[in-house]
Design a protein around this ligand. Structure first.
Ligand SMILES: N[C@@H](CCC(=O)N[C@@H](CS)C(=O)NCC(=O)O)C(=O)O
Length: 385
């Protein structure tokens, strides 16, 4: 029997997005039970209620079904007041949502690259992980059956833009990110200071299940950015104050300030993500212009299909000395627009302070990108607003 205040998290240990929600629920001290998505109830009941097969899915104690990690966190935040993970400063809030979008979207292909481009070196680990995601059967048979599911995910790489021609640039981008985060976490327990925020949960998506757990990227993270690895451990512990920083106040910085070391991370977000978001925006606008009817509620998906990561066309753009070619990713635009909406609604003096920060970190151009029509989520998929 489930206790009446217990949430159910349907997912798997090796799932990128399950790691984001799990870390949030642990830190929030919300009672939850995780059930692996190979469970018969998930396949027979939950998938039908979501409308397509995806993890994680959360079931509330009242029985509601919620999909999308951001929607799940939004819902629990509305219902459970403490501990409070919303920074008090309006500029801090914009930054927190920007980093959530960056972690949950920009870094996903990179995490998939380190999982699948190095498959041979970590085959037994991956196979054992994926075996849990297939229905229970004898272990050897389960390992074999996992192979089909693994192929499905490995096949995502070309659509995500991961090809031999761009891999060195992707790995260099990640090395720079790890270096900036390492500097930061040597001094601060969380991205915005003494308390976790949506920034940390969004960054946990790629940085935990793939990049801190899979053997090849875990070795890279532990040997080149040990403080980042330690942060992934901290993010899965209910304590807010960590023994590594016993004197660090359990709060966000006063006066809407940001830790100084976060600025290098923000500069990287704008420089490395900007070209891709720009191309995604142009592709979405072109797709929109071609639609015969664009009624609110129209699926944002090139063939009108319900997809976890729909696209609206193929894009190609210069990126860090190479040409990036991939399926467009409107989910990035939707997620990024949450940070933009907060920025647009700032009071004038806060907007000026954000402007100064954007000038220092090179973010003006990216923050000014706009789709010709707002994208929203409805019935667990992206639609035109
Ligand atoms: N935007 C979704 C993404 C969820 C997602 O990509 N889940 C992956 C596993 S970590 C999945 O189920 N993928 C199946 C697919 O792409 O078809 C969220 O934040 O929950």
């Amino acid at each position: 029997m489930m206790m009446s205040d217990t949430y159910t998290l349907w997912g798997t240990p090796h799932s990128l997005f399950t790691g984001k929600v799990r870390s949030y629920l642990i830190k929030k001290r919300v009672p939850y039970r995780e059930i692996v998505s190979s469970d018969a109830r998930f396949l027979s009941e939950v998938v039908a209620r979501v409308g397509h097969r995806v993890i994680p899915v959360m079931q509330t104690p009242e029985g509601e079904i919620v999909q999308d990690t951001t929607a799940i966190i939004d819902l629990v935040e509305q219902r459970v007041a403490t501990p409070d993970f919303t920074p008090p400063g309006p500029v801090q809030q914009v930054v927190a949502h920007l980093l959530d979008a960056f972690g949950s979207n920009y870094l996903m292909p990179l995490a998939m690259h380190y999982r699948w481009s190095y498959r041979a070196q970590q085959e037994l680990f991956l196979r054992s992980e994926f075996a849990r995601a297939v229905p229970p059967m004898e272990h050897g048979q389960r390992l074999e059956t996992a192979g089909k599911l693994m192929l499905r995910f490995a096949d995502f790489l070309p659509g995500l833009g991961v090809t031999p021609a761009v891999i060195p640039a992707m790995e260099a981008s990640y090395a720079e990110l790890l270096a900036a985060l390492e500097q930061h976490f040597q001094q601060h327990p969380y991205l915005l200071g003494g308390r976790p925020s949506i920034a940390d949960f969004g960054m946990m998506a790629p940085l935990y299940a793939h990049l801190a757990r899979d053997p090849v990227p875990a070795f890279l993270m532990k040997t080149t950015a040990p403080s980042v690895f330690r942060w992934t451990e901290r993010m899965n512990s209910p304590e807010i104050i960590d023994t590594d920083y016993p004197d660090y106040p359990d709060s966000f910085p006063a006066d809407d300030a940001l830790p100084h070391t976060l600025e290098a991370v923000l500069a990287l977000v704008f420089a490395h993500w900007g070209p891709g978001l720009n191309a995604d925006t142009a592709c979405f606008n072109a797709w929109l212009a071609e639609l015969e009817t664009a009624a609110p509620g129209t699926l944002v998906s090139h063939n009108n299909g319900r997809k976890v990561h729909p696209h609206v066309g193929w894009i190609s753009y210069p990126w860090r000395g190479v040409v990036m070619e991939r399926a467009s990713h409107p989910h990035s635009l939707w997620h990024f627009s949450r940070a933009q909406a907060l920025a647009d609604n700032l009071a004038v003096t806060d907007q000026e302070r954000l402007g100064v920060l954007l000038d220092r970190t090179g973010g003006r151009e990216m923050m000014a990108l706009r789709t010709d029509r707002a994208i929203t989520r409805q019935d667990n998929v992206l639609v035109l607003a």
